[in-house]
Design a protein around this ligand. Structure first.
Ligand code: FES
Length: 202
């Protein structure tokens, strides 16, 4: 049984003895999250404690939160905001400022297209449009089956080899429409994933 007790900064502690969760403020946030027995919350609470619930550690906390949950949903942002006593608008503002942070759940495979100036000038828009059309995924979203997501980011620091596309963690430099479509198709093919109009025969 797991007990997670949420108190003010200096009082917060974690115990592994029971499943009672007792936040002191705004318990509705936790209840609406449906996460009171979620072990990910225990991990997050441990990290918050390590960071001493400091607002100045917001970036590290958001980074860890995304690592734990995979993305930053509204309820988790509310939880963080309350725990470190920063306005939700500030926490949300930071989360949306950095393209690294994802506010939506990602698909199994993530395509990230750089829309920085150099990549834009070198024609990344055509590649993005081709991905959307071929795999039926809108930028910022995922395919209906949740297998593939397409995100846009700002400069990733590889302007010299732009346009630049990331397929999961693999960088495709000097990307062309044909190369990128082929790489994505072979990634999906290797896992027998056929999404939308894409099929192994297309
Ligand atoms: S603008 Fe795309 S890597 Fe810099």
């Amino acid at each position: 049984m797991i007990k997670l007790t949420f108190k003010k900064k200096s009082e917060s502690f974690l115990s592994s003895q029971s499943m009672v969760y007792a936040p002191l403020k705004k318990p509705k946030v936790l209840i609406s999250m449906g996460l009171k027995n979620d072990k990910r919350l225990l991990k997050l609470e441990r990290f918050l404690k390590k960071m001493e619930y400091k607002g100045s550690a917001l970036l590290e906390i958001l980074h860890k939160t995304q690592e734990i949950y995979g993305y930053l949903n509204e309820d988790v942002l509310k939880y963080v905001s309350e725990a470190i006593e920063l306005p939700l608008s500030h926490v949300y503002g930071v989360a949306t400022f950095y393209s690294y942070f994802k506010l939506k759940q990602s698909g199994e495979h993530v395509i990230t297209a750089c829309m920085g100036t150099a990549c834009y000038v070198k024609g990344v828009e055509k590649i993005i449009s081709a991905i959307e059309k071929r795999f039926c995924v809108k930028r910022g979203g995922s395919t209906a089956d949740g297998k593939l997501s397409l995100f846009i980011t700002r400069c990733i620091g590889a302007c010299a080899i732009g346009p630049t596309i990331l397929i999961d963690d693999n960088v495709v430099g000097n990307a062309t429409k044909d190369i990128v479509l082929e790489r994505i198709a072979s990634t999906l093919e290797s896992e027998k994933i056929y999404t939308c109009r894409y099929s192994k025969n297309s």
